[in-house]
Design a protein around this ligand. Structure first.
Ligand SMILES: Cc1cc2nc3c(=O)[nH]c(=O)nc-3n(C[C@H](O)[C@H](O)[C@H](O)COP(=O)(O)O)c2cc1C
Length: 366
């Protein structure tokens, strides 16, 4: 089976390449009757778009979303929703010189090894432009989740050695206030300076993003292979440049002890029918136990590698296997976290929308 689709009940299929005519997505399984306009999708695409600041790639794309199907008189119809975004600023000439070379850190060799043919322009299907389809679908998933009281917010929590201090709660406005998308202004400034410095040294830098989903009801996730944590990991690691995934305490759990790590269980309030609503005092579990949501915030983090394309000579070979030196040209983000934030949010929203619908299939709407 090819791997261009994701999800079961809320299922997406993305299509398109970096320098082809268009990229997009088909969303199947979205319930009918949800108000949906192109602006809902555009808002999220605008957050993902390149060319927004000095610290991001200068590729100029309007990334205008066209809804081709599945929406009638402003609401979803329950039929497949196709969203198309045309590529406009694809400068393929930047890539002609490297047509027969494999770029270090890119998927050039592996795509050729897999398919025997490759679209070398801008990374083809391996390009992050593919994530436009994910962000468009994620905007629809966020709309659906919004009606259920679920919100998803991501932010840059680390660039190089610069880490964000713990913040109890943050808003979208705080995140969007800085081009690095870090809600703590002091850390954001330090991150921005570091990215500018790295760029002036013709280099790139690694980073991390945290994504928090609030209002997720207890009970989402399908043991054993479609556990919520497993699907979140797959969703996020499938995004280009992601090299690590953790949830809750993550790798920080390694040196800790059970006495510190177990989250004490508390009664939060009384729910419908007098049933107790259970919560936890801390959230080392990241909102999931046994791969099922606990009702506490879902907290996940990803590590992003330093951007592969850097304007420095690098060792490689050509398609004939002859040693070569390559200097990547074109326009590239020196740090990927700021642009990853809306993509990561979209992937989390897609997983949650899918599992919400799957839970309804088991338990109804109750
Ligand atoms: C939002 C976003 C933007 C990206 N922009 C670039 C870029 O400008 N230059 C680059 O070399 N890689 C960029 N990447 C990463 C590459 O697409 C990715 O590293 C490459 O396709 C190889 O895939 P892998 O890192 O998942 O193995 C970007 C990734 C994301 C998520």
């Amino acid at each position: 089976m090819p791997g261009n689709s994701f999800g079961h009940s809320f299922r997406i299929t993305t299509f398109g390449e970096s320098h082809g005519p268009a990229v997009g997505v088909v969303v199947d399984g979205c319930p009918p009757g949800i108000p949906l306009a192109e602006e809902d999708i555009q808002r999220e695409l605008d957050r993902r778009r390149p060319g927004q600041s000095l610290i991001a790639s200068a590729r100029q794309e309007t990334d205008a979303a066209e809804i081709l199907s599945g929406v009638f008189e402003g609401v979803t119809t329950g039929t497949p929703i196709a969203v198309l975004v045309r590529n406009e600023d694809a400068r393929s000439r930047d890539y002609a010189a490297i047509k027969d070379l494999f770029r270090p850190g890119h998927a050039d060799y592996t795509y050729l090894a897999k398919y025997g043919v490759r679209d070398y322009r801008g990374g083809g299907r391996a390009s992050a432009r593919e994530t436009i389809g994910r962000v468009a679908a994620g905007a629809i998933a966020k709309k659906l989740l919004g009606y259920e009281g679920v919100s998803v917010l991501g932010y840059t929590c680390q660039v190089g050695d610069v880490k964000m201090p713990t913040m109890e709660r943050m808003t979208l406005e705080q995140v969007e206030a800085s081009p690095v998308r870090c809600p703590d202004p002091e850390t954001a400034a330090a991150m921005e300076n570091l990215i500018k410095q790295v760029r002036s040294e013709r280099d790139s830098i690694g980073s991390a993003v945290e994504i928090v989903a609030r209002g997720v009801p207890a009970g989402l996730g399908e043991p054993v292979f479609d556990k919520l944590k497993a699907d979140l990991a797959k969703a996020l690691v499938s995004v280009p440049a992601v090299v690590g995934f953790e949830y809750g305490s993550g790798f920080a759990a390694v040196p800790s002890r059970g006495t510190q790590h177990n989250d004490p269980i508390i009664r939060r309030q009384t729910g419908s029918g007098g049933a107790p609503v259970i919560g936890t005092r801390t959230n080392n579990a990241g909102g999931m136990l046994g791969g099922i949501s606990t009702g506490e915030p879902i907290v996940v983090r990803v590590a992003l590698k330093p951007t592969a394309s850097i304007p420095q000579p690098m060792e490689t070979v050509d398609t004939q296997g002859n040693p070569q030196t390559i200097v990547t040209k074109g326009r590239h983000d020196p740090c990927l976290a700021p642009r990853f934030v809306p993509i990561g949010e979209a992937m989390v929203a897609l997983v949650l929308a899918d599992h919400l619908l799957r839970q309804r299939a088991i338990r109804g709407t109750e």
